[in-house]
Design a protein around this ligand. Structure first.
Ligand code: CO
Length: 154
């Protein structure tokens, strides 16, 4: 168990593009384990590797639904449908949330920790998480897309 430091808004690493994972080895598994520990410790529903300073295309998501913990390596959104407008937050911006337009339904392909190819379809919160976390891998933060901030929650 290792809870990692979560980089905060303003850190340059959050603006970098992450690299494709090509080796599905113990180093990756350690990263995935540490990322889920960190996400649960912080009470988040998703975390992307650049948020812990690792520029690799790795994401963990747990929306407390039937999927449980999702480990997405090299995720790519392959189809979107409809629109939704909900508030979201980010572990790199504690205490903030803002409204973002996202697709209502998102189909994503990814690899698991062993390199096996997977396809997931999400709607609601999971669809938002797919978009939010894959954006992180491209150096895009949700604040870039917020059209209305909520009042500070702290
Ligand atoms: Co985030």
């Amino acid at each position: 168990m290792a809870v990692l430091e979560i980089l905060q808004f303003g850190n340059d690493l959050l603006r970098q593009k992450s690299e494709e994972v090509t080796e599905f080895n113990e180093e990756l598994w350690q990263l995935l384990d540490d990322m889920s520990d960190t996400m649960y410790d912080a009470g988040g529903v998703g975390l992307a590797a650049p948020q812990v300073g690792v520029l690799k295309r790795v994401v963990v998501i747990d929306c407390d639904d039937d999927h449980g913990l999702l480990e997405l390596v090299n995720p790519v959104i392959v189809a979107i449908k409809g629109k939704q407008h909900e508030a979201e937050g980010c572990l790199s911006y504690p205490g903030k949330s803002g409204f973002v337009e996202r697709p209502a339904k998102v189909k994503i392909k990814a690899q698991d920790r062993y390199g096996r190819r997977k396809v997931y379809v999400g709607s609601g919160l999971l669809a938002r998480a797919f978009c939010h976390e894959t954006d992180h891998l491209n150096g895009i933060l949700y604040s870039d897309k917020v059209y209305k901030w909520e009042e500070d929650k702290e």
